[in-house]
Design a protein around this ligand. Structure first.
Ligand code: MN
Length: 258
């Protein structure tokens, strides 16, 4: 079986991403795929906060082609910052009630105008096709440590279809609903309620553990640590090292559980 690796939220920290992938042996000194048949999953949030969202996206798209040619695979989930920038692009400055526009919301969440200007149709189509959830063996991959996915469907396929449909919608309320829901976090953290939430999510979508990003580890624990955070008795792994916040870039190797 090929080895699977997972990278959390890059948030435009392209230089750190390249260093991290190089140290893991997944790209060479020239930045090209050297992972052979390895699988690499990104958990979304390519944009905002850090300086180079489009460069990050284009790097992932390029590595996807290079990996495929080598018999490997690069794949990605959608984070909340992907619909954020698409909403800013689709609705712009239109005031949609409450005095805020999607453009304001995106800026408030760390959006850089340079990314929006550089966002082309090709990028948009790629983002629109990203799944929200994926399963690799017994591991459920999700961007957010949140249960809102259950409001979109009771199977992995249903969630991906419903969130995909939202991204095709012209109804700002649908976008608003998604962005509000996607802002939830820390819902697996509490020893009791978090455990129950985790069980609900795993029961619906399969797998025996969750690997997620979205909430930088120091936000949960109050301190930086040099490797991903394993919690809930090993059934939950947070791979968001806070790459755009002066934190860590991690390549987390999935040990297949049988
Ligand atoms: Mn996020």
């Amino acid at each position: 079986m090929p080895v699977t690796y997972v990278v959390g939220d890059v948030h435009g920290a392209l230089d750190l991403l390249l260093t991290t992938l190089r140290e893991a042996g997944l790209i060479d000194a020239g930045g090209h795929w050297s992972g052979a048949r390895a699988r690499l999953w990104f958990l979304g949030d390519f944009f905002d906060r850090g300086p180079n969202g489009i460069g990050t996206l284009e790097t992932v798209m390029r590595l996807q082609h290079e990996a495929q040619a080598a018999g490997g695979r690069v794949a990605a989930l959608m984070g909340n910052h992907e619909p954020l920038i698409l909403a800013a692009r689709r609705f712009g400055n239109r005031n949609l009630g409450g005095g805020a526009s999607f453009l304001n919301l995106w800026h408030f969440n760390g959006g850089h105008d340079s990314d929006l200007w550089a966002l082309r149709d090709e990028h948009v189509r790629w983002i629109e096709n990203l799944p929200a959830l994926a399963r690799v063996g017994e591991t459920l991959l999700m961007h957010a440590d949140a249960t809102f996915y259950l409001e979109y469907g009771s199977s992995l396929e249903a969630v991906n279809a419903a969130i995909g449909a939202t991204l095709q919608s012209d109804d700002p309320r649908e976008w608003d609903r998604l962005l509000e829901a996607f802002a939830c976090r820390r819902e697996f953290w509490d020893p009791v309620r978090g455990k129950a939430n985790l069980q609900k999510v795993l029961a619906a979508y399969g797998g025996s553990r969750v690997v997620h990003g979205h909430t930088p580890v120091p936000y949960l624990t109050g301190r930086a640590q040099p490797e991903p955070l394993v919690y809930q008795g090993g059934r939950c792994v947070n791979v968001d090292g806070g790459m755009a916040y002066g934190g860590y870039g991690w390549v987390y190797r999935l040990e297949e559980q049988t």
